[in-house]
Structure formats: structure tokens, C-alpha cells
Ligand binder design. Structure first.
Ligand code: LLP
Length: 416
């Protein structure tokens, strides 16, 4: 089996398993599509890569070289961005519970946009910015009260959410407060309704609410927004349907709605930002495992145990994610055995994929799990004291190590 011009069995041999493989070509193609069909197609737009989906120094450098902005959610993500040479002025800093020290780090680094989630944060930020003689550009995170019909753990736009301000609180309290603050420059609004959305309905419903909020704010305070940040959430196909969703399927209807709203308006249309994470990286990554055990249990089910699982891919257990699995050396063999691919952790929920059709496998065979690029490396853990796999990037058929495998002593490095 090949992956972007590289032989998977040879890579498994060279780097060992489990192994994260990421195609730089695919990432650059996705960034290219975003430029062609969004930032270059529509004036006054920008795209920020939501780096929580997969943040390594090399990934940040790639995003930087593609000219995208960077969405960050913690002091650690800001720090890594700076280490990778990324301009903090092009960072968008999120978080519903930013610490005082993270706010200070963001202000001191010169982070371009901070998305403020709540009034406490607004007040702290204003004080800190005033102390530094600065005026920080911010957006408000607005929870538009829209249910995005995705898994509840990754749905964020509904009224009962830990994120952001309600429309009413934004209009009655947060905006007048911000407009009276010397350390705050309120640029606009941000919303993000949820992740892994396969269609646009909730995005468009949220946008309607944001647009009417903006006209209300204009009428009440004479304030006009300079930016609308529509968040991310653009979904990908994990299993089954091989058709990939174009970025234009998501952004064209968004831009139509925004342009319509501003067409007869004296104000110029605000900057429109999107924040795709998963859409850029999910399908660019795969994980390769070695089969350690094969058994048929007393219920007659075939279980294939691999040398990774929950520590490198928690998504099956957390979100019931479904992945496609391929047999590396037996790619062309008949896939006639219904197989559950089990991870190696001591817990029953540690399953990589349930009931997938695979050939008859033996220990030593390799399996490739597809579209694992988003939110696996970044959510990986050392559960059961298992080291994180290395990340190998592929570019033009050539492989290079970008993150080393975590060994036993790496896992003990902070222990006294
Ligand atoms: N912007 C904001 C404010 C977000 O909260 C998120 C994701 C994104 C952008 C990017 O969303 P994306 O385009 O990647 O869907 N761990 C979960 C996903 C959590 C998403 C959190 N926020 C998973 O593995 O599916």
C-alpha cells in the first residue's frame, strides 16, 4: 500500500510503529484551495488555521509559508507559534478560561486578535492593557443559540454552552463595556457553532443572528464591526463516502449571506475570517500500526490487537468516530473478515475501529488507519505509560522525521 508516493511497509520498517504519517502535499493543496476559493476569491477575507487540530513546529512553519493566520488556544500554543517563527500579530487567541498569565503572555507577545469569552476576561484584559499603555484588538465570542447537530462534545453554538456571550449579553452589557474601555479596541464578533459539520445549516443560522446583532449594535451605539469571524467546523469524511467536501461548499453560502447583508449598507463589509482546523489536516494524516495479536473470542468475533490505540487515537472512544482501515501488505487480498481493531490499553473502550472488513491478518502485518490527521496527535496521551508515536511528513514522495518517538525516559523527564 502506498501513501502519497511512499511505500507504507518500508516506512513502518524504517520508523517503527505506531507511526503518524502526514502528507505535506495534501496540507499545501488544502491551503491552496482555501486561497483560491476563499481569500483570493473574496476581498477582505482571511483564514486562520485552528492549530489545536494538529500543532507541531513543522506544521506551523508550513501554515506560515502558505500565508494563513494561526488560531491558538493556550499559552503553550502561542509559545510554540513563536518558537516556529510565526508572527504573533497574525495569531487569533481563543479560550473560555484564559489564565491571567496567558493574557499577559498574549499582550506581551503582541498577539494580533484576542477573542474574549466573558466579562471577567474583558476586565482583566483591559486593566493589563492599560498598565502596558496598549489598546488590544479583540472580538467577542458570541454563542448564537444554534444547535449544530454534531456530537455533543464538539457542539458549541447552543445556548447552554460553556463558550462565549449570549446575543443579549453582548448587546446589553459587553459591547457598551468594551466601548468605554481605554485598553480595548473592539473589532467585531466571532462565532463557532461546532466541529465536524457536514453541511452549512447551523453556520448560516448563526450568521443570521450575528448579522442582526451587528445592525442592532449599529443602531444602539453607532458602532460598526470591522471583522466577522465565522469560526471553523468544516467537516471531512472519515469513512464510507470518499467524496471530499470542497471549501467552497462551506464558504460560498456564508459569503453570499454576508455580501447580501452589506450590499445596500453605507458601511464597508467587515473583514471575514474563517478558522478551519480539521478540514486542512484530517485527511492529510494516517496512522500505521503493527498487528500484535489475532483472536476469535467466545462470541465469535474477530479481534485484531495493534501496538497503539487510545493513547494515539482517543477519538473512537470519545466521539464514536469511525475510521477506514486498510491492510498494508494485504491491500489487494479479499476483505472478507469482519474485524474489530483493538488498541493495547487496559480498558474495553480502547478500540480503534469496530467491525471493519479486512483480510485474514497475522501478527506482524501492518494496518493503516486513514484520516487520522486531526485531533489525534494533539489529544494523544501517555496512558498506560505508552510513548507518543513519531510524526513523519511526506513531501513529493520523500519522508522526513518531524517529531521523534517518545521513549521510556522521555516519559519520565518531569518526574522527581
Ligand atoms: N475555531 C474555534 C473557536 C474552535 O473552537 C474550533 C474547534 C475550531 C475553530 C476548529 O474547528 P474544526 O475546523 O477543526 O472543526 N477534539 C474534537 C474537536 C474539537 C474542536 C474544538 N474546537 C475532535 O477530535 O473531533
Amino acid at each position: 500500500m502506498m501513501f502519497h508516493g511512499c511505500d507504507l511497509a518500508a516506512l513502518a520498517e524504517k520508523y517503527g510503529t505506531p507511526l503518524y504519517l502526514v502528507s505535506e502535499d495534501e496540507i499545501r493543496e488544502r491551503c491552496g484551495e482555501i486561497k483560491r476559493d476563499f481569500t483570493e476569491k473574496y476581498e477582505n477575507t482571511r483564514a486562520a488555521y485552528a492549530s489545536k487540530a494538529f500543532q507541531t513546529l513543522e506544521m506551523i512553519r508550513i501554515i506560515d509559508s502558505e500565508g494563513l493566520s494561526l488560531d491558538v488556544v493556550s499559552g503553550g500554543e502561542i509559545y510554540a507559534g513563536i518558537k516556529a517563527g510565526f508572527d504573533p500579530g497574525k495569531m487569533v487567541f481563543h479560550g473560555n478560561s484564559k489564565t491571567k498569565s496567558e493574557i499577559a503572555e498574549a499582550l506581551d507577545a503582541g498577539v494580533g486578535t484576542i477573542v474574549v469569552d466573558n466579562l471577567t476576561e474583558l476586565e482583566i484584559m483591559n486593566r493589563m492593557a492599560c498598565d502596558r499603555g496598549m489598546k488590544q484588538e479583540i472580538l467577542f465570542r458570541v454563542t448564537p443559540g444554534v444547535d449544530s447537530h454534531t456530537h455533543k462534545f464538539i457542539s458549541t453554538g447552543q445556548l447552554d454552552s460553556k463558550f462565549g456571550f449570549s446575543i443579549q449579553e453582548t448587546a446589553d452589557t459587553a459591547v457598551p463595556a468594551a466601548l468605554a474601555m481605554d485598553g480595548i479596541d473592539l473589532k467585531g464578533m466571532h462565532y463557532h457553532v461546532g466541529s465536524q459539520l457536514l453541511e452549512n445549516t447551523s453556520h448560516l443560522m448563526a450568521l443570521d443572528k450575528i448579522l442582526s446583532l451587528l445592525s442592532d449594535l449599529k443602531a444602539r451605539y453607532g458602532w460598526t464591526a470591522r471583522e466577522i469571524n465565522c469560526g471553523g467546523g468544516f467537516g471531512v469524511h472519515y469513512a464510507g463516502d470518499p467524496e471530499r467536501i470542497r471549501i467552497s461548499d462551506f464558504v460560498d453560502p456564508i459569503m453570499r449571506k454576508i455580501d447580501d447583508a452589506y450590499k445596500d449598507c453605507v458601511d464597508t463589509r467587515p473583514l471575514v475570517t474563517i478558522e478551519p482546523g480539521r478540514w486542512i489536516i484530517a485527511e492529510a494524516g494516517i496512522t500505521v500500526y503493527e498487528v500484535c495479536s489475532v483472536k476469535t473470542n467466545s462470541a465469535g468475533k474477530v479481534y485484531v490487537g495493534v501496538d497503539g490505540g487510545f493513547p494515539d487515537n482517543p477519538r473512537t472512544e470519545l466521539y464514536n468516530a469511525e475510521y477506514e482501515v486498510e491492510a498494508v501488505e494485504k491491500y489487494y487480498a479479499p476483505h472478507d473478515v469482519k474485524t474489530t481493531v483493538a488498541g493495547k490499553c487496559c480498558e474495553s473502550g480502547d478500540i480503534v475501529a469496530y467491525d471493519v472488513m479486512l483480510p485474514t491478518l497475522e501478527p506482524g502485518d501492518h494496518l493503516a488507519v486513514l484520516a487520522t490527521g486531526a485531533y489525534n496527535y494533539s489529544m494523544s496521551s501517555n496512558y498506560n505509560r505508552i510513548g507518543r508515536p513519531p510524526v513523519v511528513m511526506i513531501k513529493c514522495g520523500k519522508d522526513r522525521l518531524t517529531v521523534k518517538r517518545e521513549n521510556y525516559s522521555d516519559m519520565l523527564r518531569n518526574e522527581i
